[in-house]
Write a protein that binds this ligand. Structure first.
Ligand SMILES: Nc1ncnc2c1ncn2[C@@H]1O[C@H](COP(=O)(O)OP(=O)(O)OP(=O)(O)O)[C@@H](O)[C@H]1O
Ligand SMILES: [Mg+2]
Length: 439
């Protein structure tokens, strides 16, 4: 990622780069934004605009807390390994705990503290983009940024803690319980609402890095978008697109954006289609461990999405057939549309939300035991095996379950997932696209 490592932004936040910085010592804001409209990065890089050292008062309605590095050290037990959650392209993430002893009025809660890795590929620009966007945008399906730290060269971000981590971890981790169908649909709907909110904002935002690792999950599977480092203001006025260098993650970025650098909200819709396909299939958008024909999920699965007979072939075997057949058909048709190579044929995120909403209520999911009528020809074999089965049941104290849908590719839950350790976060980062086209 092209990141200027020198402190060119220090004029925006004069405190950045200074040796000492008292928290909450606010210089006078010489020129406050006149309206409550969201400020964009361009506003910030305009030298005519004058900002205080404290972004939290420059950003309208942000209510961001400014933390010192020492405070964040204390709340994460000196960034100890026992508090380590994971690491992506920005740097390591640690769990911490805040309460009103740290700042009067602070709600007692766990937080995730993201620390910029000075040797990493991201830098101050991504940190600032995150603060500027997430500091001003508030929605139940966007992760809440509680505050930040900007001291010397240190850049940190403090978020609400999301107990179920990322969708990537939940969906692909080898040893985790499979996500049930209803949770998958709830996640798809929540993430769609987050994107719709961004696209429909007074000043629309294109998220640009929609992928499973950037969807965080609350304890009840409410999905929240995180990582706004690549977010960008949408086209204004008569513009149909934003021309920008191509950045994003391989396997998720829309083909027309990759080819031309022309970015629209429809690029996000394409990426949403990729994640929806991952939710249906339980497969990663790019998986080098698969046979060559199946490594690129979209190429392999998209032709089967609108063929009802073939649909069961691509469904996640870990679901073991426990899904609504009607719901799957509708979700698959939606993914097909989102993944259209023609951006104009893709639905808007509002239309996606409207399509997904009723899918949560489909009740043709058969949970539990299924009554199976044994064909005549099988009876002999059944009889032969019965003694063996009886023994097996005694040993396991369980009943045999015949599942409703038979999957040709059914594998044990252990082998069904693709690549799946925590270190995959960095794998996906290495897959980030960074082709330079000047804006
Ligand atoms: N607010 C949060 N609450 C709980 N866990 C979080 C939070 N933010 C990030 N994480 C976890 O920290 C890890 C690193 O996240 P991060 O967003 O830095 O990287 P990533 O999304 O995996 O990769 P990329 O750099 O491509 O975005 C992930 O496992 C993620 O689930
Ligand atoms: Mg991320």
């Amino acid at each position: 990622m092209a990141v200027k490592k020198n402190n060119v932004w220090s004029y925006i936040i004069p405190a950045c780069g200074k040796k000492e910085r008292k928290p909450k010592t606010l210089q006078k804001v010489l020129q406050k934004p006149t309206s409550f409209q969201r400020l964009s990065l361009l506003d910030l890089s305009n030298p005519i605009s004058v900002f205080s050292e404290d972004l939290s008062i420059s950003l309208p309605g942000s209510k961001l807390h400014v933390f010192t590095r020492l405070e964040l050290k204390v709340i994460t037990q000196n960034f100890s390994s026992s508090n380590f959650i994971g690491e992506g392209g920005f740097g390591p993430v640690h769990k911490g705990f805040i309460d009103d002893k740290l700042r009067p009025g602070l709600k007692a809660q766990p937080v995730a503290v993201k620390l910029l890795d000075p040797d990493g590929l991201q830098g101050h620009k991504e940190w600032l983009t995150e603060v500027v966007f997430l500091g001003q945008l508030r929605h139940p399906n966007l992760v809440k940024l509680i505050g930040y730290c900007c001291e010397e060269d240190h850049r940190l971000l403090v978020y609400e803690y999301m107990p179920r981590g990322s969708l990537e971890n939940q969906l692909f981790r080898r040893y985790s319980v499979s996500l049930p169908w209803s949770a998958r649909m709830k996640i798809a709907l929540g993430a769609a609402k987050g994107l719709a909110f961004l696209h429909e904002a007074e000043k629309p935002v294109i998220y640009r890095d929609f992928k499973a690792s950037n969807i965080l999950l609350d304890s009840d599977y409410t999905a929240k978008l995180s990582d706004f480092g690549l977010a960008i203001d949408g086209p204004e006025g008569d513009e149909t697109h934003v021309s920008t260098r191509v950045m994003g993650t391989q396997g998720y970025a829309a083909p027309e954006y990759l080819m031309t650098g022309h970015l629209t909200s429809m690029s996000d819709v394409y990426s949403f289609g990729v994640v929806l396909l991952e939710l249906l299939t339980g497969r990663k958008s790019v998986d080098k461990n698969r046979p060559p024909r199946e490594q690129k999920l979209i190429d392999w699965a998209r032709p089967m999405l609108n063929d009802q007979r073939k649909l069961s072939r691509i469904m996640d075997p870990r679901l073991e057939g426990m899904y609504s057949e009607k719901g799957v058909q509708k979700a698959a048709a939606l993914a097909y549309q989102c993944l259209s190579h023609r951006p104009k044929q893709r639905p808007t995120m509002r239309a996606v939300v409207e399509t997904l909403e009723p899918l949560l209520d489909f009740d043709d999911i058969l949970e539990g035991t299924f009554v199976y009528t044994v064909p005549e020809s099988d009876l002999k074999r059944e009889h032969r095996d019965s003694q063996c089965k009886k023994k097996f049941k005694e040993m396991n104290g369980q009943h045999n379950h015949y599942r409703r849908h038979h999957h040709p590719d059914r594998r044990s839950p252990m082998s069904a997932s693709a690549i799946h350790s925590d270190s995959d976060a960095s794998l996906s980062y290495r897959g980030q696209i960074n082709v330079l086209h000047s804006r």
